[in-house]
Design a protein around this ligand. Structure first.
Ligand code: SAM
Ligand code: SF4
Length: 326
């Protein structure tokens, strides 16, 4: 399994299948976002080859993301291929859920076991404002389809000051009282294409937890207070589901980072919040052998930076979240 220069084991790859999306969440991208041309994106065949190589390198977990990964025609076949790779034990998908109604069952049949669905509020008007045109009913239908297909569900919400950080967050947390779901609140991170909004309206974990504890009483820590992946997990006493806080801004988890990201246009992005990347597509398209590609991937992983430096106002400049793959 590849180690980086800080001796962290890097065995988790997030694969962005497209930078395009069928929503325009206000904290993620501008309304008139320009997307990359199809020729710039890795093809399905290139992705299949790279995923096999990452499996050979010792990667254990792969998550498909975007942009919106369900817009990619080859998604189901890519999931099928990935779940069959010997060393890869976990395959996930992060989606806005709009198309899950149709896709949940074929995805489950292709071997997907969990799905992370982004849902920032249950309120239809707020949801439309936040996503610029989305209908929350589509997400709820997608969630029902995912549950019916036997997929394990995690919900991701990004709290935004004055928008969904009080009553809306309480309503999302309340879902854990009836469903065995993880509802995870992610601190909003700044990227160059939207940094003023993101830094101005971030809600930090301590503040959000205080709102939730006012509503539900003290939350019970799970996993002895240790991180589960990147989330610190809690439970409303007696609830079947759990609540997670992913707090990269107020409580960076860089020391435990085990991941790199493959962008839709074929760059290996070594840290979400740093602009260091390696160009894999160029090597693929100039005819590199598997051995050459493995060497390239290993040496890029070696160069993975320690972590972000948001505390010194170092904000990633080259891409926004949807162009990296969150
Ligand atoms: N379109 C899919 C979705 O929304 O789930 C996958 C891609 S989206 C970029 C992945 C996750 O990143 C979503 O949960 C979204 O809410 C989150 N996200 C987007 N911009 C963010 C930001 N600036 N800070 C923190 N999370 C962000
Ligand atoms: Fe699209 Fe996901 Fe970004 Fe929303 S968060 S605009 S759904 S990529």
């Amino acid at each position: 399994m590849p180690l980086d220069k800080y001796q962290r084991q890097i065995d988790y790859l997030r694969v962005s299948l497209t930078d395009a999306c069928n929503l325009r969440c206000v904290y993620c991208m501008p309304e008139h976002m320009a997307f990359r041309r199809p020729a710039e994106l890795l093809t399905d065949a290139e992705l299949v080859r790279l995923i096999s190589l990452f499996g050979r390198l010792g990667f254990k977990k792969i998550r498909f993301t975007g942009g919106e990964p369900t817009l990619r025609r080859g998604l189901i076949e890519l999931v099928r291929h990935t779940t069959k790779q010997a060393g890869i034990r976990q395959v996930g998908l992060t989606t806005n859920g709009l198309l899950l109604d149709q896709l949940a069952q074929p995805l489950a049949e292709a071997g997907l076991t969990t799905v992370n669905v982004s849902l920032d509020t249950l309120d239809p008007t707020r949801f439309r404002e936040l996503t610029r045109w989305g209908n929350v009913r589509d997400v709820l239908e997608g969630l029902s389809a995912a549950t019916a297909a036997g997929l394990r569900v995690k919900l991701n919400a990004v709290p935004i000051r004055g928008v969904n950080d009080t009553a809306a967050a309480v309503a999302l947390a309340e879902l854990t009282l009836k469903n065995d779901w993880q509802v995870r609140f992610i601190e909003m991170m700044p990227f160059a294409n939207n940094a003023d909004f993101q830094t101005g309206q971030i809600v930090r974990e301590t503040e959000l937890r205080a709102h939730l504890e006012t509503a539900f009483g003290a939350l019970e820590p799970l996993h002895d207070g240790k991180l589960d992946g990147e989330a610190r997990m809690f439970r409303i006493p007696g609830a079947p589901g759990s609540i997670g806080f992913i707090s990269p801004v107020s409580t960076p988890f860089c020391a435990a980072c085990n991941r790199v990201r493959l962008t839709a246009d074929g760059r290996l992005r070594l840290c979400l919040l740093r602009d260091d990347e390696g160009d894999v597509r160029e090597q693929l398209r100039r005819g590199a052998t598997d051995e050459e590609l493995e060497t390239l991937l290993r040496s890029a992983i070696q160069r993975k930076p320690w972590g972000h430096d948001l505390a010194s106002d170092l904000i990633p400049a080259s891409r926004g979240m949807s162009e990296i793959g969150g």
